[in-house]
Design a protein around this ligand. Sequence first.
Ligand code: G1P
Length: 289
Amino acid sequence: MPKMITKAVFPAAGFGTRFLPATKASPKEMLNLVDKPLIQYVVEEAVASGIEEVVLVTGRGKRAIEDHFDVAFELEEDLKAKGKHALLTEVQRIAEMVTFCYVRQKKALGLGHAVLTARRVVGDDPFAVLLGDDIIDSEVPALKQMMEVYQKYPFSILAIQEVSRSEVSQYGVIDGRKVDDRVYEVRGVVEKPAPEDAPSNLAIIGRYILTPEIFTALENTKPGKGGEIQLTDGIRLLMEKQPVYAYLFKGDRHDAGDKLGFLKATVQFGLRNEEFGAAFKEYLQSLKI
Ligand code: G1P
């Protein structure tokens, strides 16, 4: 039986440049999507997939994330005193859902470097990586789908989706050979290629299962695209040592790190909201656009 995956790394030390000026003083992970911050959606996906320990890789200006997942004593006392029990339960649930641990990435040297920063905490076990920009809406949590694939292919697994040729330059792109339903054996990976250089239109989305051998690979990874230590380049080195697979997950992915993607996600999640979804729909339909 392959080892169970219980730890997940959340790189969250980036500057959120695509979302400036909103992210000048507050972390992009805390941007609110309808009624909770982006990062909470992704942490909930991890928990629903069986993750027991979340390793958040943070940096300067990211304290709000730590506070969000911590006990808020004064707030809880206040809600108790005012008899706001439903809100109290929700606020307490956030702090209790999983064990959190924080590692500081002192310099934003790239996604690969962020993952390498978590090495000591992760140790020698396979682990998951989840990127907070990618909100995945699916019946079965995306990471859980990947865990199932991992049972049969107990190696690193990258989540992928098909994108249009013109979009490949925004992603890591794989060259793969289909080996099973929705499963590819990865033969090559390239970070943000020009459309004419892309080996396929299968783009890596921010969910990974990685074997601990990735750490040695990342240690040996030279700065790549944008002068950063890219996870994609580390994965290419890892492929010299062991197989890597990719999985075409079932679900809709929103790029919430992008202003338009975020707006679209807001509309979709807003429409589905139990409390005001119907009223929101009515409002949207009334707009003369
Ligand atoms: C990162 C990865 C890229 C991946 C993408 C998925 O890029 O480097 O390989 O396709 O996440 O969202 P970023 O979006 O951080 O530039």
